[in-house]
Design a protein around this ligand. Sequence first.
Ligand code: ARG
Length: 400
Amino acid sequence: MGRANKVVLAYSGGVDTSVCIPYLQQEWGVQQIITLAADLGQGDELGPIRDKALRCGAIESLVENVQEEFVKNYAFPAIRANALYENRYPLSTALARPLIAKLLVNVAQKYGADAVAHGCTGKGNDQVRFDLAISALDPNLKILAPAREWGMSREETIAYGEKFGIESPVKKSSPFSIDRNLLGRSIEAGSLEDPSTEPPEEIYLMTKAIKDTPNEPEYLEIGFERGYPVSLNGQYLDPVQLIVQLNEKVGNHGVGRIDMIENRVVGIKSREIYEAPALLVLIDAHRDLESLTLIGDVTHYKRGIEDTYAQLIYRGLWYSPLKEALDAFIDKTQESVTGTVRIKLFKGNAQIVGRSSKNSIYAPDLATYGSDDKFDHKAAEGFIYVWGLPTRVWSQKNRS
Ligand code: ARG
C-alpha cells in the first residue's frame, strides 16, 4: 500500500516538481498523478510545461489560467487592506498560495483523488501556506510534500530525475531562488544570503536601475472605486491589464524594489529581495485616498487590522474565520473610498502629488487659514479645557 492512490500535484515544470512525479510513484507507491500548473502571469510558456509533466509520468496534465482571479480576489483585497508584512513586503508571493491550494483541492475533488502534493521544502513559508489552505478547504485530503522528506541535495535531485528520463536544466541554473508572478518577483539565496552585500543589479527584471531611468518625470492617475483599483490615467482597465501596465510604467522609473530581512513562519530570518512595482504603488495610493475619505478613527483603527491581515496572509491563514471577519470590516470601510490619486514617478520615487474624491471629507472652509475660515476658534478653548482635565487633575496631585 502506498501513501496515496491518486494525487494532484502542484506543478511548475522545474526540476523539483518534475522529480516529484517519479518519486511519488517509485518511493511512495502512488498509482496515478495528475499535475496542475497555475498560470499566474509568471511568464513561463505553459504548453511545454504541460507536455513535460506527461513525459515525467503524469496521467493528466492540467494548466489553468487564473490571472484574473488572482488579481481580483487575492491582490485587490490585500490592497484594500494596505497589507504589508513587517511594514514592507506586499505579499506578492504569499498571495498566490491560497489560490493554488484552492485549485488543487477543486481538481482533487473533481478527479476523486485522495491526496494533493506540492514540492515545497521544509524551511520555507510556502509549505505552511499550502498545507493550511488545503486543510482549511478540505480537511479530509491527504497532503504529500516529498521534498520535505527526501533529503536530496540539488545535484542528487537532478541525478534522481535523470534516472527517470527527466532532463537536467539546460542552462546553468541561477544561483538564486526566484518566485515570480504578475504581482512581483521574490529573489533569495546565492550571494544574497550575506545580508551585508548589495544585491547585484542583474537580479532585477521588473525595475530599472536609477541610472537607466528617464530624465523626465511621468505622472500617473490611478482611479479607485470602493477601494478597488479600476483605472489608469482616466482609462478603465480590467484588473490584469491594470497590474501589467502599472508594473511597466512604475518599474521603468526604478520604483518597486525592497531589500529586507524578514521573519519566516518557521522562525528563520531570511534575506529577500522583492520587486513589486504596481502593488507597492497601488497600496500607497490607496492608503492616501483613504486619508481623504475616511474619518480619523476608522483610519487609526484600521491600521491595526491591516497589520493583522498582512500577518494572516503571510502565515497561511487566508481561509480562516478571522480573515473572513476582517474582510467584512474592511469591506465596510471601503464604501466611500472612491476617487483618484496622482503620482509623480521620477528617479526611483513614486511621490503622491494630489488626490480627489466625490466623497472627500476634507473641508476647505474648516482647513483654511484664509479669511473665509468657518472654524469656531473659541470652541477650541472649551474643548482643550475638557480634554486636558484628567491630566491637569493628576498633575496637581502628583507633580507639585
Ligand atoms: N519570502 C517570500 C514569502 O514568504 C517569498 C518566498 C519564495 N521566495 C523565493 N525566492 N523563492 O512570501
